[in-house]
Design a protein around this ligand. Structure first.
Ligand code: ASP
Length: 350
Protein backbone atom coordinates (compact mmCIF):
# COMPACT_ATOMS: atom_id res chain seq x y z
CA UNK A 1 0.00 0.00 0.00
CA UNK A 2 1.32 3.43 -0.86
CA UNK A 3 2.04 5.57 2.19
CA UNK A 4 -0.02 8.67 2.87
CA UNK A 5 2.06 11.72 2.21
CA UNK A 6 1.65 14.18 5.05
CA UNK A 7 0.31 17.65 4.36
CA UNK A 8 3.71 19.14 5.01
CA UNK A 9 5.30 16.83 2.49
CA UNK A 10 2.62 17.52 -0.08
CA UNK A 11 3.11 21.24 0.37
CA UNK A 12 6.84 20.89 0.01
CA UNK A 13 6.53 18.83 -3.16
CA UNK A 14 3.95 21.19 -4.65
CA UNK A 15 6.06 24.20 -3.87
CA UNK A 16 9.14 22.55 -5.29
CA UNK A 17 7.17 21.84 -8.47
CA UNK A 18 6.39 25.51 -8.77
CA UNK A 19 2.63 25.22 -8.33
CA UNK A 20 2.49 26.10 -4.64
CA UNK A 21 2.76 29.85 -5.01
CA UNK A 22 -0.10 29.94 -7.50
CA UNK A 23 -2.39 27.90 -5.24
CA UNK A 24 -1.70 29.60 -1.96
CA UNK A 25 -2.92 33.01 -0.91
CA UNK A 26 -1.88 35.18 2.03
CA UNK A 27 -1.43 33.21 5.25
CA UNK A 28 -0.77 30.24 3.03
CA UNK A 29 0.92 27.02 3.87
CA UNK A 30 4.12 28.30 2.30
CA UNK A 31 4.13 31.19 4.70
CA UNK A 32 3.29 29.08 7.72
CA UNK A 33 5.89 26.54 6.69
CA UNK A 34 8.51 29.28 6.67
CA UNK A 35 7.51 30.11 10.23
CA UNK A 36 7.53 26.58 11.59
CA UNK A 37 11.02 26.55 12.83
CA UNK A 38 10.24 24.29 15.71
CA UNK A 39 10.03 25.44 19.27
CA UNK A 40 12.04 27.49 21.66
CA UNK A 41 14.49 30.27 21.17
CA UNK A 42 15.68 30.74 24.75
CA UNK A 43 18.79 29.37 26.41
CA UNK A 44 19.80 26.96 27.79
CA UNK A 45 18.08 24.07 26.03
CA UNK A 46 18.61 20.32 25.88
CA UNK A 47 16.96 18.03 23.32
CA UNK A 48 17.06 14.26 23.00
CA UNK A 49 15.32 11.20 21.64
CA UNK A 50 12.10 10.24 23.47
CA UNK A 51 13.90 7.83 25.82
CA UNK A 52 15.94 10.75 27.21
CA UNK A 53 13.43 12.52 29.47
CA UNK A 54 15.57 11.88 32.56
CA UNK A 55 18.70 12.68 30.54
CA UNK A 56 17.48 16.13 29.47
CA UNK A 57 16.40 16.88 33.06
CA UNK A 58 19.83 15.98 34.37
CA UNK A 59 21.65 17.88 31.63
CA UNK A 60 19.51 20.97 32.24
CA UNK A 61 20.19 20.83 35.98
CA UNK A 62 23.93 20.77 35.24
CA UNK A 63 23.74 23.56 32.65
CA UNK A 64 21.89 25.74 35.13
CA UNK A 65 24.68 25.09 37.62
CA UNK A 66 27.20 26.32 35.02
CA UNK A 67 28.52 22.98 33.66
CA UNK A 68 30.20 22.65 30.31
CA UNK A 69 27.53 21.47 27.80
CA UNK A 70 29.43 18.25 27.03
CA UNK A 71 29.66 17.36 30.75
CA UNK A 72 25.93 17.98 30.92
CA UNK A 73 24.83 15.79 28.00
CA UNK A 74 27.19 12.95 28.92
CA UNK A 75 25.91 12.91 32.51
CA UNK A 76 22.40 12.86 31.02
CA UNK A 77 22.91 9.90 28.69
CA UNK A 78 24.80 7.97 31.39
CA UNK A 79 21.43 7.55 33.15
CA UNK A 80 20.07 5.75 30.08
CA UNK A 81 23.28 3.75 29.50
CA UNK A 82 23.08 2.49 33.11
CA UNK A 83 19.38 1.60 32.88
CA UNK A 84 18.86 -2.14 32.21
CA UNK A 85 15.27 -1.44 31.14
CA UNK A 86 16.37 0.59 28.14
CA UNK A 87 17.31 -2.26 25.83
CA UNK A 88 18.75 -0.03 23.12
CA UNK A 89 21.58 1.64 24.97
CA UNK A 90 24.48 0.58 27.24
CA UNK A 91 23.92 -2.00 30.00
CA UNK A 92 20.98 -4.25 29.11
CA UNK A 93 21.16 -3.39 25.39
CA UNK A 94 20.12 -6.14 22.99
CA UNK A 95 23.15 -8.08 21.75
CA UNK A 96 24.52 -8.87 18.31
CA UNK A 97 23.70 -12.13 16.53
CA UNK A 98 26.30 -13.98 18.64
CA UNK A 99 24.68 -12.84 21.89
CA UNK A 100 27.36 -10.24 22.66
CA UNK A 101 26.53 -6.62 23.48
CA UNK A 102 28.54 -4.27 21.25
CA UNK A 103 28.17 -0.54 21.87
CA UNK A 104 28.73 2.53 19.67
CA UNK A 105 28.98 6.17 20.79
CA UNK A 106 30.20 9.56 19.64
CA UNK A 107 30.48 13.01 21.17
CA UNK A 108 31.36 16.53 20.04
CA UNK A 109 32.31 19.65 21.94
CA UNK A 110 31.32 22.88 20.20
CA UNK A 111 33.65 25.46 21.79
CA UNK A 112 36.77 23.47 20.81
CA UNK A 113 35.27 21.64 17.80
CA UNK A 114 36.68 18.36 19.04
CA UNK A 115 35.15 14.92 18.59
CA UNK A 116 35.57 11.39 19.92
CA UNK A 117 33.94 8.06 19.10
CA UNK A 118 34.01 4.34 19.77
CA UNK A 119 32.51 1.48 17.77
CA UNK A 120 31.74 -2.17 18.55
CA UNK A 121 32.96 -1.70 22.13
CA UNK A 122 32.32 -4.69 24.41
CA UNK A 123 32.13 -4.96 28.22
CA UNK A 124 32.07 -1.21 29.06
CA UNK A 125 28.62 0.10 29.91
CA UNK A 126 29.28 3.81 29.30
CA UNK A 127 30.67 4.07 25.75
CA UNK A 128 29.87 7.81 25.77
CA UNK A 129 32.51 8.28 28.50
CA UNK A 130 35.04 6.33 26.45
CA UNK A 131 34.20 8.40 23.35
CA UNK A 132 34.89 11.49 25.40
CA UNK A 133 38.18 10.04 26.59
CA UNK A 134 39.22 9.34 23.00
CA UNK A 135 38.49 13.01 22.32
CA UNK A 136 40.42 14.26 25.34
CA UNK A 137 43.22 11.76 25.85
CA UNK A 138 44.27 10.80 22.33
CA UNK A 139 45.04 12.65 19.15
CA UNK A 140 42.63 10.36 17.29
CA UNK A 141 38.87 10.51 16.88
CA UNK A 142 37.53 7.00 16.41
CA UNK A 143 38.59 3.72 18.07
CA UNK A 144 36.84 0.39 17.50
CA UNK A 145 36.59 -3.13 18.92
CA UNK A 146 39.51 -4.58 20.81
CA UNK A 147 41.58 -1.38 20.52
CA UNK A 148 38.76 0.72 21.98
CA UNK A 149 38.40 -1.75 24.86
CA UNK A 150 42.14 -1.72 25.60
CA UNK A 151 42.10 2.09 25.54
CA UNK A 152 39.20 2.12 28.04
CA UNK A 153 40.88 -0.42 30.34
CA UNK A 154 44.12 1.57 30.24
CA UNK A 155 42.15 4.54 31.54
CA UNK A 156 40.72 2.59 34.46
CA UNK A 157 37.35 1.42 33.11
CA UNK A 158 36.32 -1.99 34.43
CA UNK A 159 35.04 -4.85 32.29
CA UNK A 160 31.44 -5.81 33.02
CA UNK A 161 28.95 -8.31 31.66
CA UNK A 162 26.46 -6.11 29.79
CA UNK A 163 24.06 -8.88 28.81
CA UNK A 164 21.12 -8.92 31.24
CA UNK A 165 18.95 -12.04 31.57
CA UNK A 166 16.07 -10.19 29.92
CA UNK A 167 18.19 -9.26 26.87
CA UNK A 168 19.63 -12.79 26.70
CA UNK A 169 16.11 -14.30 26.72
CA UNK A 170 15.02 -12.03 23.85
CA UNK A 171 18.18 -12.88 21.89
CA UNK A 172 17.62 -16.60 22.53
CA UNK A 173 14.08 -16.35 21.30
CA UNK A 174 15.25 -14.61 18.12
CA UNK A 175 17.86 -17.33 17.60
CA UNK A 176 15.40 -20.15 18.30
CA UNK A 177 13.03 -18.82 15.67
CA UNK A 178 15.61 -18.17 12.96
CA UNK A 179 15.23 -21.49 11.24
CA UNK A 180 13.51 -24.84 11.59
CA UNK A 181 16.66 -26.50 10.19
CA UNK A 182 19.07 -25.96 13.02
CA UNK A 183 19.65 -27.26 16.54
CA UNK A 184 17.97 -24.31 18.28
CA UNK A 185 14.39 -24.87 19.48
CA UNK A 186 12.08 -22.15 20.76
CA UNK A 187 10.71 -22.64 24.28
CA UNK A 188 7.32 -24.36 24.18
CA UNK A 189 5.04 -21.82 25.87
CA UNK A 190 6.61 -18.38 25.57
CA UNK A 191 4.95 -15.25 24.29
CA UNK A 192 6.99 -13.39 21.66
CA UNK A 193 8.58 -10.26 23.12
CA UNK A 194 8.64 -7.28 20.88
CA UNK A 195 12.10 -6.44 19.64
CA UNK A 196 12.90 -2.96 20.85
CA UNK A 197 15.52 -0.80 19.29
CA UNK A 198 16.59 2.73 19.73
CA UNK A 199 19.50 4.86 20.79
CA UNK A 200 19.86 8.12 22.65
CA UNK A 201 21.03 11.30 21.01
CA UNK A 202 21.25 14.34 23.30
CA UNK A 203 22.29 17.87 22.31
CA UNK A 204 22.59 21.01 24.43
CA UNK A 205 23.13 24.72 24.06
CA UNK A 206 24.27 26.55 27.18
CA UNK A 207 23.46 30.12 28.21
CA UNK A 208 26.44 31.42 26.18
CA UNK A 209 25.27 29.68 23.00
CA UNK A 210 27.94 26.95 23.19
CA UNK A 211 26.81 23.56 21.93
CA UNK A 212 27.66 19.92 22.62
CA UNK A 213 26.18 16.58 21.67
CA UNK A 214 26.41 12.85 22.26
CA UNK A 215 24.88 9.75 20.69
CA UNK A 216 25.09 6.33 22.32
CA UNK A 217 23.56 2.95 21.44
CA UNK A 218 23.75 -0.82 21.46
CA UNK A 219 22.90 -0.56 17.76
CA UNK A 220 20.45 -2.64 15.78
CA UNK A 221 19.53 -5.80 17.70
CA UNK A 222 21.08 -9.05 16.45
CA UNK A 223 23.38 -7.20 14.06
CA UNK A 224 26.30 -9.03 12.52
CA UNK A 225 29.29 -8.89 14.88
CA UNK A 226 31.49 -5.89 14.13
CA UNK A 227 28.71 -3.85 12.52
CA UNK A 228 29.02 -0.17 13.45
CA UNK A 229 26.00 2.05 12.79
CA UNK A 230 25.47 5.76 12.39
CA UNK A 231 25.63 6.58 16.12
CA UNK A 232 29.42 6.29 16.24
CA UNK A 233 29.97 8.20 13.03
CA UNK A 234 30.68 11.91 13.28
CA UNK A 235 28.59 13.48 10.51
CA UNK A 236 25.93 10.74 10.46
CA UNK A 237 24.63 10.07 14.01
CA UNK A 238 26.01 13.32 15.41
CA UNK A 239 27.35 16.60 14.13
CA UNK A 240 27.63 20.14 15.42
CA UNK A 241 29.27 23.43 14.75
CA UNK A 242 29.46 26.01 17.50
CA UNK A 243 28.65 28.73 14.95
CA UNK A 244 25.41 26.99 13.95
CA UNK A 245 23.98 24.32 16.28
CA UNK A 246 23.83 20.56 16.76
CA UNK A 247 22.00 17.57 15.31
CA UNK A 248 21.86 13.83 15.87
CA UNK A 249 19.86 10.77 14.93
CA UNK A 250 18.21 7.55 15.96
CA UNK A 251 16.76 4.86 13.75
CA UNK A 252 18.03 2.90 10.79
CA UNK A 253 21.75 3.62 10.75
CA UNK A 254 22.60 2.46 7.24
CA UNK A 255 19.94 4.72 5.67
CA UNK A 256 21.30 7.68 7.60
CA UNK A 257 24.98 7.02 6.91
CA UNK A 258 24.33 7.21 3.16
CA UNK A 259 23.29 10.88 3.44
CA UNK A 260 25.63 11.90 6.31
CA UNK A 261 22.41 12.95 8.03
CA UNK A 262 23.45 14.98 11.09
CA UNK A 263 25.96 16.96 9.03
CA UNK A 264 23.29 17.58 6.41
CA UNK A 265 20.89 18.95 9.07
CA UNK A 266 23.57 21.29 10.47
CA UNK A 267 24.49 22.50 6.98
CA UNK A 268 20.83 23.32 6.28
CA UNK A 269 20.68 25.25 9.55
CA UNK A 270 23.87 27.10 8.52
CA UNK A 271 21.92 28.37 5.51
CA UNK A 272 19.40 29.91 7.92
CA UNK A 273 16.84 27.12 7.67
CA UNK A 274 14.95 26.50 10.90
CA UNK A 275 15.60 23.21 12.76
CA UNK A 276 12.33 21.46 11.87
CA UNK A 277 12.63 22.18 8.18
CA UNK A 278 16.34 21.26 8.25
CA UNK A 279 15.47 17.84 9.75
CA UNK A 280 12.67 17.26 7.25
CA UNK A 281 14.86 18.12 4.29
CA UNK A 282 17.56 15.69 5.45
CA UNK A 283 14.89 12.99 5.92
CA UNK A 284 13.57 13.69 2.43
CA UNK A 285 17.08 12.98 1.12
CA UNK A 286 17.01 9.60 2.80
CA UNK A 287 13.65 8.83 1.21
CA UNK A 288 14.88 10.04 -2.20
CA UNK A 289 17.94 7.81 -1.96
CA UNK A 290 15.76 4.84 -1.00
CA UNK A 291 13.44 5.52 -3.92
CA UNK A 292 16.30 4.91 -6.33
CA UNK A 293 16.30 1.26 -5.34
CA UNK A 294 13.56 -1.24 -6.16
CA UNK A 295 10.92 -1.82 -3.47
CA UNK A 296 12.17 1.28 -1.72
CA UNK A 297 9.15 1.78 0.44
CA UNK A 298 9.13 -1.76 1.74
CA UNK A 299 12.74 -1.33 2.73
CA UNK A 300 12.30 2.07 4.28
CA UNK A 301 12.76 2.06 8.04
CA UNK A 302 12.35 5.00 10.32
CA UNK A 303 15.05 7.59 10.92
CA UNK A 304 14.68 10.47 13.43
CA UNK A 305 16.67 13.68 13.62
CA UNK A 306 16.92 16.00 16.64
CA UNK A 307 18.27 19.49 16.09
CA UNK A 308 18.89 22.69 17.99
CA UNK A 309 20.41 25.90 16.72
CA UNK A 310 22.67 28.28 18.58
CA UNK A 311 19.74 30.54 19.44
CA UNK A 312 17.99 27.68 21.23
CA UNK A 313 15.34 26.93 18.58
CA UNK A 314 14.82 23.19 18.45
CA UNK A 315 12.84 20.48 16.68
CA UNK A 316 12.75 16.78 15.93
CA UNK A 317 11.42 15.04 12.85
CA UNK A 318 11.09 11.47 11.63
CA UNK A 319 10.33 9.80 8.32
CA UNK A 320 7.17 8.27 9.83
CA UNK A 321 4.53 9.79 12.11
CA UNK A 322 4.12 8.89 15.80
CA UNK A 323 7.71 9.59 16.87
CA UNK A 324 8.34 11.71 19.94
CA UNK A 325 11.30 13.47 21.51
CA UNK A 326 12.30 14.94 24.87
CA UNK A 327 13.30 18.50 25.58
CA UNK A 328 14.22 20.60 28.59
CA UNK A 329 13.97 24.40 28.62
CA UNK A 330 13.27 27.07 31.22
CA UNK A 331 9.66 25.75 31.20
CA UNK A 332 10.79 22.30 32.35
CA UNK A 333 11.25 18.90 30.72
CA UNK A 334 8.64 17.22 28.55
CA UNK A 335 8.02 14.92 25.60
CA UNK A 336 6.70 16.38 22.34
CA UNK A 337 5.54 14.96 19.01
CA UNK A 338 8.09 15.00 16.22
CA UNK A 339 7.30 16.40 12.78
CA UNK A 340 7.22 13.79 10.01
CA UNK A 341 7.25 13.19 6.30
CA UNK A 342 4.96 10.17 5.93
CA UNK A 343 2.01 8.69 7.82
CA UNK A 344 3.08 5.53 9.57
CA UNK A 345 1.64 2.59 7.61
CA UNK A 346 -0.97 0.54 9.47
CA UNK A 347 0.35 -2.70 10.95
CA UNK A 348 -0.47 -5.69 8.70
CA UNK A 349 -3.62 -7.57 9.83
CA UNK A 350 -2.88 -10.96 11.40
N1 ASP B 1 20.86 4.19 14.83
C1 ASP B 1 21.19 2.97 15.52
C2 ASP B 1 22.06 2.12 14.64
O1 ASP B 1 21.78 2.03 13.46
C3 ASP B 1 20.03 2.15 15.96
C4 ASP B 1 18.79 2.82 16.42
O2 ASP B 1 18.78 4.02 16.67
O3 ASP B 1 17.75 2.14 16.53
O4 ASP B 1 22.94 1.49 15.16
Amino acid sequence: MAPNISRRNFIKKSTAAGVGAALMGPGSATESMAQTGGEGGSLPVVISSANGLEAVKKAMELLKAGSDPLDAVIAGVNIVEDDPNDMSVGYGGLPNEDGEVELDASCMHGPTHRAGAVGALKCIKNPSKVARLVMERSNRIFLVGEGALRFALAHGFKKENLLTDKAREIWLQWKDNLSTHDDWEPPKDKEGNPITHGTINCNAVDTHGSVAGVTTTSGLPFKVAGRVGDSALIGAGLYLDNEVGAAGSTGHGEANIKVAGAHTVVEFMRQGIQPEEACLRALQRIVDVQKRTAKWYGDLQNVNFYAVNKKGQYAAAAIFSESRYSVATAEGARRLDSAYLLKKPAAPKK
